[in-house]
Design a protein around this ligand. Structure first.
Ligand SMILES: CCCCCCCC/C=C\CCCCCCCCCCCCCC(=O)SCCNC(=O)CCNC(=O)[C@H](O)C(C)(C)COP(=O)(O)OP(=O)(O)OC[C@H]1O[C@@H](n2cnc3c(N)ncnc32)[C@H](O)[C@@H]1OP(=O)(O)O
Ligand code: FAD
Length: 665
């Protein structure tokens, strides 16, 4: 392990004895190889040993403005540290932007995140070679700091409804940016409130009197020296949020603000000097930055879930409560089957989500390379899968984080447990980058189209032709995956049947679509779950795993896919063939038995499994999850930091309480 303290809680010590698998092998697997693990550890030592990057007081005790300033101080210091990083600049940046190392230093949202996660990718994906030459070096060198300004007060989801206009003026060869109403104000962009001086702004492009739809524009917002907003720019911060409070989300309005023609990002579509509009090969190419972020969000959510699971698992092995055997010592709460039922599925999910996210990342890179060469064939599959996995990982992730919090009882509710921050981060991902319901409906659109037209990309091939495979109960992993596949196909067919029923009643297609939404969303979710379980099962077939690691990963895989099946059992009732064959009851009995057996088999390995995530205490940032298990002392030390404990009697006693006590009301 990275850190060994002199104290080690005896229960945790016992949990760590006789580990049947090599923890380092799993660490290497998650890092992407032995060398990558070594690089990561070196980088962690480099960053986490810097005293200036540590918080003087917990962030929760700072004001809104001080939180931002403190986070910005550390973010800027981190950027300076990039120069001398032992791992090299780009890997360090990646590690910092990911939720692991970065969040050990930057606790509640990074004021420079949008610059790297959206602004630079938007320049790369939407700018011409000349535009990239002009802006990218400046952006990499942090001479300019940007954000991605798309969402408005009135519209976030419906991009065609955005109101900000960019009207081309051929006389001056400029675009005039305008916010025609209050609801046209940009609202939400991260880092916009106080940090960024540039933005990629999405606006409705007007030229020759015609609206050509939303397009990306490179816009300077603040003076590069004074940081004052430029004339015609109305800008500010939107205030405290459920989480991510050190990221200065902002608002932005334009009052006839002029930019040169060449600040329309023109990789996919152009406006010529005379105002002639040149169309893109696909109108959705201007949405590409969102696709990139949906892909990385899956990784981010998984990293956060690993933290929550580690904290809850270690704590559950330290915590002793109640009575299991009458008269015996109070057991570790982890020994209750009910607690295992809470924690082992999210533990398994960290592996399932990571493997699916890796798969998506590979698809993204291949599709993106092809798009650069003008080949858009993979775009629909990439859009469908990135929507599906972003929605699934963030929604299941947020639920699992909340279960982890609950599994820590009262102490899980403390801010210092780090659950509120982790939850704030993960649940935000349910909304940003496409609200999940909206993304499920995008996925459903792709599924319905594939099933009807019998053509589609790799992730939806199972919808083409007749399904094959056993129709009876089959307890092998393959058998269970087949059940998922039949459910997914069945739910798409049910949704299509609903659409057709409405059609026969004379409903217009858009009404029929709205009236089938419940079925469509179920179909999309079943599709996403199928993809995740297939990725998990298939990745165990390949790879150079030792027998003990393969065994424990197979147990986790089986547990996870049975867990989901039982959780989502209601969906089987939608698929008629299961009811007819009375499969549902049989499935239930067999699976529940197996599930319970797996809980017992994985329980003794839980601490060793979370240890193999190799998350340092600074990254977990929680007295409940620390490696040494010294939970109670650490909770006490955290309480000592409260400003209310800095004097025995607080001044408010004299101001308010004493007069009340003396008032004889
Ligand atoms: C050295 C540099 C290193 C960089 C290092 C970076 C490394 C990073 C590593 C780790 C980082 C981890 C850290 C991550 C943490 C993240 C930090 C927090 C950041 C927070 C960011 C949040 C930002 C935002 O929220 S930005 C705003 C996002 N907004 C949205 O997502 C809006 C959602 N709405 C839409 O997308 C659309 O409006 C719509 C899709 C819902 C509907 O659009 P539409 O009406 O135009 O389309 P239709 O429904 O009519 O469909 C038509 C047709 O188009 C297809 N389609 C739709 N979208 C797409 C697409 N995107 N791509 C391809 N095709 C698309 C659709 O399928 C239809 O096809 P048909 O064939 O059926 O016609
Ligand atoms: C933490 C955070 C950071 C963000 N950062 C950025 C940023 O950097 N840049 C940026 O531009 N934006 C950013 N956003 C904005 C974000 O992308 C939007 O909030 C998000 O896309 C949802 O859009 P909305 O707010 O308009 O929700 P709405 O669309 O108004 O959603 C409200 C409800 O309506 C439902 N709904 C809407 N349309 C449909 C439909 N067609 N069918 C069925 N139901 C529907 C939704 O499911 C939801 O339940 C951020 C948001 C958050 C929370």
């Amino acid at each position: 392990m990275s850190q060994k303290e002199t104290y080690e809680n005896p229960d945790l010590k016992k949990e760590r004895q006789n580990c049947p698998f090599n923890k380092e092998e799993i660490t290497n697997l998650l890092d992407g190889g032995k060398e990558k693990t070594a690089e990561r550890k070196q980088l962690e030592n480099y960053i986490l040993s810097d005293e200036q990057l540590k918080d003087a007081v917990p962030m929760e005790y700072l004001s809104h403005a001080d939180k931002y300033a403190e986070e910005l101080r550390k973010a800027c210091l981190l950027m300076h540290k990039l120069e001398n990083s032992p791992a090299g600049q780009v890997p360090t940046l990646r590690a910092l932007m990911g939720a692991g190392l970065g969040s050990a230093v930057l606790k509640e949202g990074n004021p420079l995140a949008l610059h790297y996660v959206m602004f630079i990718p938007a320049l790369m994906g939407q700018g011409t070679i000349d535009q990239q030459a002009k802006w990218l070096a400046k952006a990499y060198n942090l001479n300019i700091i940007g954000t991605y300004a798309q969402t408005e007060l009135g519209h976030g989801t419906f991009l065609r409804g955005l109101e900000t206009t960019a009207t081309y003026d051929p006389n001056t060869q400029e675009f005039v940016l305008e916010s025609p109403s209050l609801t046209a104000y940009k609202w939400w962009p991260g880092s916009l409130g106080k940090t960024a001086n540039y933005a990629v702004v999405m606006a409705q492009l007007y030229t020759k009197g015609k609206c050509e739809g939303t397009h990306p524009f490179m816009v300077q917002l603040r003076d590069e020296e004074t940081h004052e907003p430029l004339p015609g720019i109305v800008i500010g911060e939107i205030g405290p949020k459920l989480g991510m409070n050190t990221n200065d989300n902002g608002y932005l309005g334009f009052e006839k603000f002029r930019i040169p023609r060449d600040q329309l990002l023109m990789k996919h579509s152009q406006v010529l000097e005379d105002g002639t509009y040149v169309k893109p090969t696909n109108s959705k190419l201007s949405y590409a930055t969102m696709v990139f972020v949906r892909v990385v969000v899956c990784q981010d959510v998984t990293t956060n879930l690993r933290k929550a699971v580690t904290i809850a698992t270690r704590y559950s092995c330290v915590r002793r409560q109640s009575e299991l055997k009458p008269g015996d010592r109070e057991p570790q709460v982890m020994d209750y089957q009910a607690q295992q039922n809470k924690l082992l599925p999210p533990l398994a999910a960290t592996f399932a989500f990571q493997l699916a996210s890796d798969h998506l990342w590979n698809l993204y890179n291949t599709a993106n390379n092809n798009i650069e060469q003008g080949d858009l064939e993979l775009l629909p599959d990439l859009h469908g899968l990135s929507c599906a996995l972003k929605a699934l990982c963030s929604s299941e992730g947020a639920n699992f984080v909340e279960v982890c919090r609950q599994s820590c009882g009262g102490h899980g509710y403390m801010a210092c447990s780090n659950f509120p921050r982790i939850y704030g981060q993960v649940t935000a991902a349910e909304t940003y980058e496409g609200e999940n319901t909206v993304l499920w409906l995008q996925v459903a659109r792709y599924l319905v189209k594939t099933r009807k037209e019998q053509t589609g990309g790799l992730s939806v091939k199972y919808l083409i032709g007749e399904e094959k495979g056993p129709k009876t109960v089959d307890t092998t992993l393959e058998g269970i995956v087949h059940l998922y596949r039949r459910t997914a196909v069945g739910l798409v067919d049910v949704a299509i049947a609903e659409l057709e029923k409405s059609g026969r009643k004379g409903e217009a297609p858009h009404d029929a679509w709205n009236h089938a939404a419940v079925y469509l969303i179920k179909a999309a979710q079943a599709h996403a779950r199928l993809f995740v379980v297939e990725s998990f099962v298939n990745s165990l077939k390949v790879g150079n795993l030792s027998a003990p690691v393969r065994t424990v990963l197979s147990q986790l895989c089986e547990l996870f896919i049975i867990y989901w099946l039982l959780e989502r059992s209601g969906e089987l009732f939608f698929v008629r063939q299961f009811i007819k064959k009375r499969l549902v009851t049989v499935e239930f009995q067999v699976r529940t038995l197996l599930y319970v057996k797996l809980l017992a088999a994985i329980r003794p390995q839980a601490v060793n499994l979370v240890d193999s995530f190799d998350l340092r205490d600074e990254i977990l940032a929680s007295p409940l999850g620390c490696w040494d298990g010294n939970v109670y002392q650490r909770l006490f030390d955290e309480a000592a930091k409260s400003p209310l404990n800095q004097s025995s009697v607080h001044e408010s006693f004299h101001k308010y309480l004493k007069p009340l006590l003396k008032s004889n009301l």
